[in-house]
Design a binder for this molecule. Structure first.
Ligand code: PEP
Ligand code: MN
Length: 337
């Protein structure tokens, strides 16, 4: 349920509502807009069903929420959320770009990638140190060593770090090096890990699962927020369909859907979304035009020898071209890089 306070509601009226919710053993979430405050109610379903708030002073109306996710929902928080990731703002009128190799392979590789990422105007260096590979015989990542390399190189170039965490037990370790935790598509419904990330303070980029509906994806985000970490960024990275030409089908309509349903920032991954470097540039442009708050793009100095995802990695020259194009589209969308 959400309780919409009238435009003339006083601080005492709002405190009265909060006190009643506390007496009922319910939790609440306040969202202060320009002329109205919204009190989102969370807790036992039966208690909420029996709650009578319309007669309380200052209350304009109450609205029952049918969706299971609450904190994620735009009903609870009408304004777009802007997330602070180590000083870089994600959401609102900013366009955030995260770029770098699929996997951290060596200091040299990472430095070459980081130089191009920085020169192109991105704010984040991406790179996997723990890789969730489909085959156990494929490169699994450099682990701790990879994390150290990422931090070192990102600091050299004045970039922030985003990297994937694949195991609940690695959260503290990854958190010591990363500015943003990445939860990969394969772990979108790893509920134990989502709960643990709810206790972490750093932002979490939650990728959409391989075959996840929008509702399942938003419910996964709710797990993190319900745990206490409200800094969640959604990432559309393509879903599995019957199409085989592309690795996945990039669902750009999910950007518009999520913008309607949620206040959380949403970024798009055209690399995993298509699996083909040739398609990354047009899909990056389309994503920004669709209203995405940013992009995560795989860039490799030498994609032909990449240890993972070379087919979808941009060479530095192409990355530079994408950045040039999207900065112009961002202007039209009222966003700045
Ligand atoms: C990645 O970002 O390299 C990755 C493994 O992504 P996803 O979880 O979307 O497959
Ligand atoms: Mn990859």
């Amino acid at each position: 349920m959400i309780i919409v306070m009238g435009p003339n509601a006083t601080k005492e009226n709002i405190e009265g509502v909060q006190a009643k919710l506390e007496r009922e053993g319910l939790r609440f979430h306040l969202s202060k807009g320009e002329d109205r405050t919204i009190v989102g109610v969370i807790g036992d379903k039966k208690k909420i069903a029996n709650l009578e708030m319309n007669m309380m002073e200052g209350v304009e109306k109450t609205v029952r929420i049918t969706e299971k996710y609450k904190l994620v929902s735009r009903d609870f928080h009408p304004a777009d959320s802007v997330i602070d990731a180590g000083g870089v703002k994600i959401g609102g009128d900013r366009l955030v770009i995260m770029a770098g190799p699929c996997s951290v392979e060596s200091l040299e590789q990472l430095r070459e990638a980081a130089r191009c990422v920085k020169e192109g105007g991105a704010q984040f260096l991406r790179g996997g140190a723990f890789k969730p590979r489909t085959s156990p015989y494929d490169f699994q990542g450099l682990g701790d060593e990879g994390l150290k390399m990422l931090r070192t190189v990102a600091d050299e170039f004045g970039l922030k770090v985003i990297t994937e965490v694949v195991d609940h037990d690695d959260i503290d370790l990854v958190g010591a090096y990363a500015d943003v935790f990445q939860v990969g598509a394969r772990n979108m419904q790893n509920f134990q890990m989502l709960k643990a990330l709810g206790k972490a303070r750093k932002p979490v980029l939650l990728k959409r699962g391989l075959s996840a509906t929008i509702s399942e994806w938003l419910n996964a985000a709710e797990y993190i927020m319900a745990g206490g970490n409200e800094n969640v960024i959604l990432c559309e990275r393509g879903i599995r369909t019957y199409e085989t030409f592309t690795r996945n089908t990039l669902d750009l309509s999910a950007v518009a859907a999520v913008k309607e349903l949620s206040h959380l920032p949403v970024i798009v991954d055209p690399s995993h979304g298509t699996g083909r470097w040739q398609m990354v540039r047009p899909m990056a442009r389309a994503a920004v035009a669709a209203g995405a708050d940013g992009l995560i793009i795989e860039v490799h100095p030498h994609p032909e020898v990449a240890l993972s995802d070379g087919d979808q990695s941009l060479k530095p020259k192409n990355f530079e071209a994408v950045m040039h194009e999207i900065s112009q589209i961002a202007n039209i969308m009222g966003k700045t890089l």
